[in-house]
Design a protein around this ligand. Structure first.
Ligand code: 1HN
Length: 348
């Protein structure tokens, strides 16, 4: 009998006992550099908006039904999970005047980044947070939340969640609120007053309150930052911090906002975190792993981990503003966050 036949026989005998030799692991599973199934990809705003309008009359955000009129961005490398990356999900939600997206809570953390409309609010842990364009609103893990719309026109926002990460840990819990509507009170947390001082209350024991970062506070800060020196890789970039800890936006994900001036280009770098981007204002080009992606307002793209990337604002006179969400907070505590500077790739 040949050696190979002997080895196959050995593997078969071990498998019967639920044992497996590590000689069965292919060499390709020991890469020198991190490998991901997630692919660089861009989703056009027109396609996202069309999808929401097509779902508008067919889907109602009702209990026991869909609960939310929400569409997901599916990475071509994650067809099995229908998620945007292996850790993160970007989804888009539309709510009609008078509708209520029923209250529930889950072990996934969520952010809302508001894109269009007026008059809707999200109720997180009984705090009424009125949504305005460019606002970032947090729904921390296990917080009760519902959305309601008191305005006159459809409202659209981004839902950013850590669903696939929580799925991979197999700790998903989901609970409907015991009652049709949540109780409501005015917000207790005013983030704009929190930057330098925080309330001395028992709430400080709760490190992840449902915070509201208002565009009317963030945008002037971003413009002010743009009067100074840019970051080489991200332009004029800020992270939405948790003012109670100084840490990331949420324990499993962090959000950022960055401005590129007309004609501005960044240098290439790569890191082990994955980033989902939304073009909030302006237009430009991002090169990801040698592939060029042209974006304009409303478009979304993903920079998969360890892919070289650089951004450019290609407009002559308009600022470009990118909102982003990344998974660095689940890497950094374990020393798995790595970053490397590269050579420029853009032939613009
Ligand atoms: C969710 O609870 C919401 O509450 C939106 O608005 C999108 C995507 C996956 C899982 C839960 C919401 C979601 C979600």
């Amino acid at each position: 009998m040949s050696g190979m036949a002997n080895l196959e026989e050995l593997d078969r005998r071990l498998a019967e006992k639920w044992i497996s030799g590590i000689w069965r692991i292919p060499a390709g599973a020991r890469p020198g550099d991190p490998k991901t199934k997630i692919q660089p990809h861009l989703w056009k705003w027109a396609d996202i908006h069309d999808a929401l309008l097509q779902a508008k009359d067919q889907i109602k955000p009702e209990r026991g039904q869909a609960e939310r009129r929400t569409i997901r961005l599916v990475n071509p490398g994650a067809k099995d999970t229908e998620m945007t990356s292996h850790t993160l999900l970007f989804a888009f939600q539309l709510i009609q005047p008078g509708e209520v997206a029923p209250p529930h809570r889950h072990t996934m953390s969520a952010i809302r980044f508001i894109l269009q409309g007026k008059g809707a609010y999200t109720n997180v842990d009984s705090q009424k947070m009125v949504m305005e364009d460019g606002d970032l609103i947090l729904t921390p893990r296990w917080a009760w939340h519902e959305h309601a719309h008191e305005g006159a026109e459809p409202m659209i926002w981004i839902d950013g969640l850590d669903v696939p990460f929580i799925q991979s840990l197999q700790v998903i819990s989901f609970e409907p609120f015991p009652g049709e509507r949540m109780p409501l009170s005015e917000p207790r947390y005013d983030t704009s007053a929190y930057g330098l001082a925080r309330p001395v209350t028992g709430d400080n024991d709760k490190p992840n309150p449902p915070l509201h970062y208002r565009w009317k506070d963030i945008y002037p800060a971003l413009k002010k930052l743009a009067e100074g020196e840019p970051n080489a890789y991200d332009g004029y970039a800020m992270e939405y911090v948790n003012p109670l800890t100084g840490g990331p936006t949420l324990p499993t994900l962090s959000c950022g906002i960055q401005l590129l001036k007309p004609g501005q280009r960044t240098q290439s770098h790569r890191h082990t975190s994955t980033v989902l981007y939304h073009a909030f204002r302006g237009r430009g080009t991002t090169v990801i792993g040698g592939q060029e992606f042209k974006w304009e307002q409303g478009d979304n793209f993903v920079v998969p981990l360890w892919h070289w990337h650089e951004h450019a604002n290609t407009a002559a006179s308009e600022d470009a503003i990118l909102f982003s969400m990344n998974d660095a907070p689940v890497l950094k505590p374990f020393g798995l966050y790595r970053e490397e500077a590269g050579q420029p790739q853009m032939g613009l």
